[in-house]
Ligand binder design. Structure first.
Ligand SMILES: *Cc1c(COP(=O)(O)O)cnc(C)c1O
Length: 221
């Protein structure tokens, strides 16, 4: 049997067990699955506008999207000290309001998002082409998906050696992320880090993010 795309499998499992799907779309602005954008694939979604994201504010900001009126109402209250009605705190009193300056900056940047994504996609295409005959593993964009390359992450057996060589040549790289979740001290401390997750651990030792931002181009010198 052909393997179904992972999103289709998630949705089928959620439906079967009566679960809701909350998308972590934090770095997925503009990515699509079968023509539908992230943020509209599940019951609710979270976007981050942290400055380095594909759509970034000048400080911290974020957004929740949903088509469910009840979720929308709860989120509105949760971000504003748990108030549905002014001065009546019904829910846990967190302050997650986006400040107006961040909102203004994001409104100016939003119309450029699609151009920036195209620029990232074109750079990814160039990387794919240039790395095709090398031993490194490049990102895949399966049929039906539109990747927007918040990061361009390759995998290399000798990742540390490759990173050092690139650094010597003036090319900055980064590792997203060096410690798998189950090995984070917080989870280890709580006894949840037990048991090996060999795939996650192996991938963590091989990943390397290459430079990726709109406007990066091929240097012809
Ligand atoms: C950036 C990011 C977050 C965190 O977003 P913040 O705005 O920093 O809270 C969560 N999940 C993913 C996948 C991210 O890329």
């Amino acid at each position: 049997m052909a393997c179904q795309p992972i999103w289709t499998r998630f949705c089928a499992t959620a439906k079967k067990h009566n679960l809701i799907i909350v998308e972590d779309a934090c770095q997925g602005h503009g990515a699509t699955y079968k023509g539908t954008r992230t943020g509209n694939l599940g019951d609710a979604a979270a976007f981050s506008f942290y400055p380095t994201k594909n759509l970034g504010a000048c400080g911290d900001a974020g957004m929740v999207t949903t088509n469910d009126e009840k979720v929308a109402e709860a989120v509105r209250a949760l971000r504003n000290c748990g108030q549905r009605v002014k001065n009546v705190h019904e829910l846990p009193p967190f302050n997650h309001r986006m400040d107006s300056m961040q909102a203004a900056i994001l409104r100016v940047k939003l119309p450029h998002l699609d151009d920036w994504l195209e620029s990232r996609r074109s750079l990814a295409g160039l990387y794919n082409q240039l790395l095709a005959d090398t031993p490194v593993v490049t990102p895949v964009e399966p049929q039906g998906y539109r990747h927007i390359y918040h990061l361009y992450v390759i995998r290399a057996q000798d990742r540390d050696g490759l990173q050092a060589m690139l650094k010597e040549n003036g090319i900055g790289t980064a590792i997203h992320y060096p410690i798998p979740v189950h090995q984070q001290p917080f989870y280890m401390k709580n006894g949840q880090g037990q048991g090996p997750y060999p795939v996650a651990e192996k991938i963590c030792s091989e990943i390397l993010s290459l430079p990726m931002y709109p406007g990066t181009d091929r240097r012809t010198s």
